[in-house]
Design a binder for this molecule. Sequence first.
Ligand SMILES: NC(=O)C[C@H](N)C(=O)O
Length: 378
Amino acid sequence: MYPAQLRPARSPRAARFALAALLLGAVGALPGAPLQAREMPEAGSATEARKPNVVILATGGTIAGAGADASNSATYQAAKVPVDKLIAAVPAMANVANVRGEQVFQIASESFTDAQLIQLGKRVSQLLKQDDVDGVVITHGTDTLEETALFLNLVVRSDKPIVVVGSMRPSTAISADGALNLLDAVTAASSKEAVGKGVLVTMNDYIQAGRDVTKRTNIVPSAFSSQWGPLGMVVEGKTYFFRAPYKRHNTSSEFDIDTIDSLPLVAIVYGSGNMFPGAYTAAVDAGAKAIVNAGTGNGSVPGYLVDTLKDVRQKGTLVIRSSRVGDGFVLRNAEQPDDKYDWVVAHDFNPQKAKILAAVALTKTSDTKELQRIFWEY
Ligand SMILES: NC(=O)C[C@H](N)C(=O)O
C-alpha cells in the first residue's frame, strides 16, 4: 500500500470512467473501463501541505442518478446512488483531501422545500464551525441548485469553502459529468484561494459564483453559467481563480442560518401576454408574504394589472419586480413608479433567486426601503 500522497492518482477522465464503471456494475450494465495513471499534482496545489478535511453532504439529484443503460443520458431516476458509492467511485479525491460523506437527503432537487433548505443550511453551518472541517461540498440536483447555492451564500456565516455541485447526466451514462464535477468540487473546497469567495458551484470545469450562476439549458453538461462570468476553473486537481465576488455574502451577511427556523412563503408569477389577476390574488390567498413578478422585459407589469398589484401591496403583500428575461437587471422606477407604489426591484436576481433573497430578507424586515437596500447589497 502506498502512503496516501504517493498513491497513483487517476485523471479526471479516468475518474469519470471509474464512476460509470462502478455504478454500471451496481445496476448490471457495462463492464468497467481501464484506469489511467496520473502524475502528482504540481507544487502549489492543495495537496502540498496537510490535506484538508472535506465533508460531502449528499442530497440526491442526477449526480446520484442511475439509468437502465449507458445510453440513457436523459431518461433515468435521480437520487439513487448513496454517498459512500459516490465517494468510492472517485478515488482521485483522496489526492486532494480527506473526504467523508453524509447522506442528508436522497431527493431530486425539484422536490426541495424550505424545510430541506433550512436543515441543509444548519448542517453546513454546524460542520464549518468544527476545527476538523476545512470545507463542505454539497451534491445536489441541478434543477434548484442555484437557489440552494444562493441561500447558503446568504445565511452561512463562515469563510470556509462551500461548494455546491451536480451533474447533468446520471452516473451510469456514457461520458457522465458527475465524477469530474465532484472531483472539482472537492478540489475547490480544499483550496485556500476559495476561502472567503462565497458559495461556489463547480460544473463543467468552471468555478461559478453561487450567487450568480443559473441553469440555462436542461440537457447538456454546459448548462450552468452566469451573466457576470465564471470566477475561475479547476484543471487537473488545481484551482485557478480570476475574479472574486463583490456582493455581501457569508461572514459579511446580516443573515444567519443559526437563527432561521422557517421561511415565509414567497410566490413567483410568470409574466406573459394576456395575463389574469387571479395569478396574483391566488398567491395572496395562499398566504404569500411577497410576490416576485417575473415580468416581461424590464420586469414590466401589464397596464390592466397595475391596479391588481397596487391592491396586493396595499393589503400587505410585497411586490418585487424581477424579469423573465434571465440576464440584465431591473432598475427602480423604470417602466413602473416603484417609489409611488411601494414596490421593490430585484436588481440582477432572476425570479427564483429573488424568491430566495426575499424569503431570507423577510425573516428580518418587511420594510420596503430595507428590502430594497438588501436587494442592492447582496
Ligand atoms: N440534473 C439534475 O440533477 C436534474 C434533476 N431533476 C434534479 O434536479 O435533481
